[in-house]
Design a protein around this ligand. Structure first.
Ligand SMILES: [Fe+2]
Ligand SMILES: [Fe+2]
Length: 473
């Protein structure tokens, strides 16, 4: 069941050839996808050979195979994690019933919306990152960028498969729309705010994959709990790919920090820009930006929408089945921070209405652990500087903190003060211009790295750091 057939036009482990109608529909979407990839995928890559991993089986132990692949020959496919025997709906009003193999009619539009919103983020990030290859700091990093890009493309396939297979004409229309919206386009933007921001430089890319792909992880974990079994199985396989994206982000920022610290020590100065590396305060401002913009992706702190999709059994909590409660939450409350009289107050609200906030806090805790690992790099160099996460109310555009201005420490301030001091806390035009100035040309010599980033301690898949991860035609 779960071995993947690459002889088919669309590689898959869902027995696509047994459903001719579905196969034809997906085969007619495929050229539109390829056109989108050519237009909006990573620029200038069609003829290079890239050392990529490709899924060969969806079993936990054997899915990845590595080899040089021409980007234009890359095979996107449909891979679901193996089914779980006798799987049940594990939460909400239908708890204990058999998991659904078909869409429950009354939940159709809610489910379609959840799948569409998730699906839309996948091509969006490819669009955001499409020019970064032109200023890659090494072949190793270029390869990682492309790996992330092809897998986000595959995640789009994962959601489009569900739309085509289970939502008929409406689903096919949504699948077309996925290729029509464009990140940052004023007329046809991507659905969620963070996916319309620019990813203009590699520090932004690494912050994005560390922080925003981690939002992806938590959203996928919540959808992997779904009572709609095909969605659960799709998301479980996507999660195995997501882990690498977050590794790229965390290790990338870590290597920029490492390089900054080396230069600070060698030259006994904090003023490292004149040596062409990125100073720690700028890294802090990027962190503040990506953290606050990504916080918004979880939606309003108190939300009846989240309660509804939980009650319906469509979207669960992070690690739902490991939580020791009744999984229905009708009688429980959850403490949520509210803005009250110029300060903050924790207020108990019905737990069902606090599910967005709960998922956001699970994510925030995970982000904080990564930041602590970055601080260990700084401490190892004996440098007295600590990166910190801003207060959750800082720089928010969605939810009940969006009406107030807050500094990174969580002090409520006037909007005038926020505007005046904004550049202390968020990347200024001159920060962005400085980082951009480092993104001169691409480094294409195996084993060489741009001056502003340290080499990784080891290569990909046991290859050496100076391996030719990308071969140009
Ligand atoms: Fe993804
Ligand atoms: Fe990702």
């Amino acid at each position: 069941m779960s071995s993947i057939n690459y002889a088919e036009k669309i590689p898959n482990n869902v027995n696509l050839s047994e459903d001719r109608k579905l196969q034809r529909a997906l085969e007619s979407w495929q050229p539109h996808y390829i056109d989108w990839w050519k237009e909006m995928g990573p620029e200038g890559t069609s003829t290079s050979e890239i050392y990529l991993r490709t899924a060969i089986s969806a079993e936990p132990d054997g899915w990845a195979q590595f080899g040089h692949v021409k980007m234009e020959d890359y095979r996107w496919g449909i891979f679901l994690a193996p089914p779980e025997q006798d799987r049940k709906v594990n939460f909400g009003a239908h708890k204990g019933q058999d998991a659904w193999q078909e869409v429950p009619g009354e939940y159709r539009s809610m489910l379609r919306r959840l799948i569409t919103v998730q699906g839309d983020t996948e091509p969006a990030s490819v669009e955001q990152q499409r020019l970064l290859g032109q200023c890659c700091p090494s072949l190793y990093d270029l390869r990682n960028l492309f790996q992330v890009n092809v897998e986000e493309g595959r995640h789009l396939w994962a959601m489009v498969y569900l739309l085509h297979a289970y939502f008929g004409k409406d689903g096919r229309e949504e699948a077309e729309e996925m290729l029509a919206r464009r990140s940052g386009d004023p007329d046809k933007p991507r659905i969620l705010g963070a996916f319309n921001e620019k990813t203009a430089d590699w520090l932004a890319f690494f912050m994005f994959t560390f922080i925003t792909d981690r939002d992806g992880k938590y959203q996928l974990c919540a959808l992997a709990e779904s009572g709609f079994d095909p969605l659960s199985r799709s998301c479980r396989f996507m999660l195995t790919e997501e882990a690498h994206h977050m590794f790229v982000g965390e290790s990338g920022v870590g290597r920029i920090i490492e390089r900054a610290c080396q230069v600070m020590k060698e030259n006994r100065t904090d003023d490292v820009r004149k040596f062409g590396v990125i100073d720690l305060p700028t890294i802090q401002r990027y962190l503040n930006f990506h953290y606050s913009v990504t916080s918004d992706l979880y939606g309003a702190e108190v939300s009846t929408n989240a309660a509804t999709s939980y009650n319906m059994g469509l979207k669960g909590r992070y690690e739902e089945t490991k939580i020791g409660d009744d999984h229905q939450l009708e009688q429980t409350t959850y403490s949520v921070l509210h803005p009250v009289n110029g300060g903050f107050q924790a207020i108990e609200v019905p737990a069902l209405n606090a599910l967005n906030e709960r998922l956001r806090l699970d994510w925030a805790e995970d982000v904080a652990k990564g930041v602590e690992r970055w601080n260990k790099i700084i401490a190892k160099h004996g440098i007295d500087f600590k990166l910190t996460l801003p207060h959750l109310a800082f720089n928010r555009a969605i939810g009940h903190f969006s009406d107030i201005a807050v500094d990174p420490q969580g002090k409520v301030i006037s909007t005038e003060e926020f505007a005046r001091r904004r550049d202390e806390w968020l990347p200024s035009q001159s920060d962005l211009a400085y980082v951009q100035s480092l993104m001169g040309g691409a480094v294409h010599k195996p084993g060489q790295f741009a001056n502003w980033i340290a080499p990784p301690p080891r290569g990909i898949n046991n290859q050496s750091v100076d391996f030719d991860y990308v071969r140009f035609a």
